[in-house]
Design a protein around this ligand. Structure first.
Ligand SMILES: [Ca+2]
Ligand SMILES: [Ca+2]
Length: 308
């Protein structure tokens, strides 16, 4: 089964056939068409995971520019500086960098002034259910105790709850292994959908009911985290692939992100004034999957873009 076919089937599952839009983009002097895949109304046999459906194409531009000039070049010639949504994207991006002499390459992640809470799934955190006095520090990940949320150190290890298509009843799975927040996120994405999102009071109550019925005690990670990074194309991708010790904002002026060949493509924050080659992307990411409405809403945002 081809990748785009797989995407189509997943999309159909979520959007009931709303996905036959296409989108046209001009590229230089030629006119290029970027299509969302056309969907067919056949039976959905496969549930696929978020990481399986990537429609982005990466283009390595082996010319050194500062971050802002790189961004302008990508916006004029492709869609934007590269966004990375998962490890598949990251591998594709690394493959596109076909000059082994190149050590550092810009991608589209930039620092913003504010550090705001968001869901791993990409949803904005509109509903919050903090326990009294929380959040109470500079911690950047959230766990749940007795139905309410606390900010805590992302490097702490807790058990966690994933959104999942394996449980048709609740859409939730409890993972009874303790992991750091980012590792828990990776586990959920590889085996299920993502760390659980709680977008309203109803979902909060459902989650608490699930916890009670599953006899889960103690603290569990949920998908809430904060950081101060944003993608150039406004994508809400929560994927991060920082090298150990990064981002460290060394000198207070490291507001842009590059990948580092010597660190297997892991990322560092670094001053935007550096001149590096860069990677642009083209096309939309086709969002996929299952019973997690948050994924659908992400897709629909893309869809809205297509219609305008
Ligand atoms: Ca706290
Ligand atoms: Ca740094």
């Amino acid at each position: 089964m081809s990748l785009s076919r797989l995407c189509c089937e997943c999309l159909l599952l979520n959007t009931r056939g709303l996905c036959s839009q296409k989108r046209e983009k001009k590229k230089d002097h030629e006119s290029r068409k970027t299509f969302l895949p056309l969907c067919h109304q056949h039976q959905i046999k496969t549930l696929c995971s978020v990481s399986e459906c990537v429609q982005r194409q990466y283009h390595f531009i082996n010319v050194k520019k500062n971050w802002t000039e790189s961004q302008r070049y990508c916006r004029e010639n492709y869609t934007d500086l590269a966004t990375v949504d998962n490890m598949n994207d990251m591998n594709e991006l690394k493959k596109s960098v076909n000059d082994e002499g190149v050590q550092r390459v810009w991608i589209g992640l930039e620092r913003t002034g504010h550090n705001k809470w968001q869901w791993s799934s990409g949803d904005p955190a509109l509903y919050l259910n903090w326990a009294n006095g929380q959040p109470d520090g500079s911690d950047e990940c959230a766990f749940m105790t007795n139905g309410q949320w606390h900010d805590g150190k992302c490097s702490d290890s807790w058990t966690f709850i994933c959104s999942s298509s394996n449980n048709m009843n609740t859409g939730l799975v409890f993972v009874n292994q303790t992991k750091k927040w980012r590792d828990a996120q990776s586990h959920c994405r590889q085996n299920h959908i993502d760390l659980v999102s709680v977008r309203n009071q109803n979902e909060s109550q459902q989650l608490q009911k699930f916890i009670n019925e599953s006899l889960i005690s103690g603290d569990v990670w949920i998908g809430l985290f904060r950081d101060s990074w944003r993608w150039s194309d406004q994508s809400n991708s929560s994927f991060r692939y920082w090298n150990t010790g990064e981002p460290d904002n060394n000198g207070g002026n490291e507001n842009c992100t590059a990948i580092e060949r010597n660190a297997q493509g892991q990322w560092l924050d670094i001053s935007c004034n550096n001149q590096f080659p860069f990677v642009c992307h083209e096309g939309e990411q086709i969002l996929t999957n299952t019973h997690n409405p948050s994924i659908t809403s992400r897709y629909l945002k893309v869809h809205t873009t297509c219609l305008t």
